[in-house]
Design a protein around this ligand. Structure first.
Ligand SMILES: Nc1ncnc2c1ncn2[C@@H]1O[C@H](COP(=O)(O)OP(=O)(O)OP(=O)(O)O)[C@@H](O)[C@H]1O
Length: 316
């Protein structure tokens, strides 16, 4: 307890995330470590609970999946407390992509990390007026974003991800989009892409290309944009997943790194998934806020995931 009676550490617990069997263990671990526990009772509670807790708490932890982390971060941002409040991640969801990307391996490990781990200030993505930490995806991926199998295979590369999602969804419509990316930190020299997209994938902490690691550099002030044109789907459905495509080295995959972009639909509203939480809009403005969020990270978290010396667990 703080001197004014407010809790220094609050845990926002989603009791229905994942398979819902984490509650007893999380409550025990959190109680032992002096957390005040606030359980969600319905959809939307996590943001409100975090917003109420953040002005007083030094740390607000989110126990749930990526959607709960997203909600808690939005709550801390809404309280205007990102400067003063650290966010902790307790992975109790289905996919737990964000937790894996910041080196948090399980429930007990999460509390050890909060206790002893490093603190890093990472970028957040802002999509219209909402925050995301891991990724924002539009297209058929958005519809399938709750599915673990598709999520975990993202590490295999963008085409494996696309192929898997197509198989899961069964049918899809491509999106007529115009995507304008800023190439400089202040938005100068915009570049535009226009066409039929099967997916548009924007990674903050998460990358969709076939790189060695699924974690993107989340301290570089840039979003990693991957647009998959619908010709890629045709190739895939014909079984022609050519190897070169996995690196984005293809006519049908456009990749950009940018601090800001705008996606306009030329045919009505598009559904996007922000860390698994849905948003429907015709125009989406995305930008990074560099170093905006302080989080507790595990040993396996890499500032630069492409750094050869550290991608193999720190062994040179
Ligand atoms: N008490 C509750 N009852 C019903 N729904 C809830 C409750 N608390 C949160 N939710 C809903 O849970 C969703 C978030 O789930 P979350 O993403 O954390 O878990 P998951 O889907 O199991 O995991 P992952 O995203 O890692 O695959 C939100 O959309 C939110 O509306």
């Amino acid at each position: 307890m703080g001197s004014d009676g407010a809790s220094d550490r609050v845990l926002v617990l989603n009791p229905v995330s994942g398979s819902g069997d984490h509650v007893d263990e999380v409550v025990e671990l959190a109680t032992d470590r002096g957390f005040e526990i606030r359980k969600t009772e319905e959809s939307g509670d996590a943001t409100r609970l975090a917003r109420e807790a953040a002005p007083e708490a030094d740390l607000v932890a989110a126990a749930g999946g990526d959607g709960t982390i997203n909600a808690v971060t939005n709550g801390v941002a809404a309280a205007d407390a990102l400067e003063s409040t650290t966010v902790g991640v307790v992975p109790a969801g289905t996919g737990n992509n964000f937790a894996a990307n910041i080196g948090v391996r399980g429930l007990e490990h999460a509390f050890d990390v909060i206790e002893d781990g490093r603190r890093r200030r990472i970028d957040i993505g802002v999509a219209n007026d909402r925050v995301f930490v891991n990724s924002c995806v539009g297209g058929i991926t958005a519809a399938a974003s709750g599915e673990t199998s598709s999520e975990s295979k993202a590490e295999l590369g963008v085409l494996a991800y696309v192929k898997n999602t197509i198989e899961m969804v069964g049918e899809f419509d491509s999106l007529p989009l115009r995507v304008t990316t800023a190439t400089g930190p202040n938005g100068e020299r915009a570049r535009a892409w226009e066409g039929e997209a099967l997916f548009v994938l924007i990674g903050n902490c998460r990358r969709f290309t076939g790189a060695r690691t699924a974690q993107a550099d989340v301290e570089d002030g840039l979003l990693e944009v991957t647009i998959v044109e619908d010709t890629a789907a045709m190739n895939l459905l014909g079984g022609a997943a050519r190897k070169g495509l996995f690196d984005g080295d293809s006519d049908c995959i456009v990749t950009r790194r940018t601090p800001a972009l705008e996606i306009e639909s030329r045919e009505g509203a598009v559904e996007y998934s922000l860390d698994g939480e849905m948003l429907e809009t015709e125009t989406l403005h995305l930008e990074t806020e560099a170093s905006a969020l302080e989080i507790a990270v595990g040993d396996e978290y890499r500032i630069d995931p492409d750094d050869e010396e550290v991608t193999n667990g720190g062994i040179v």
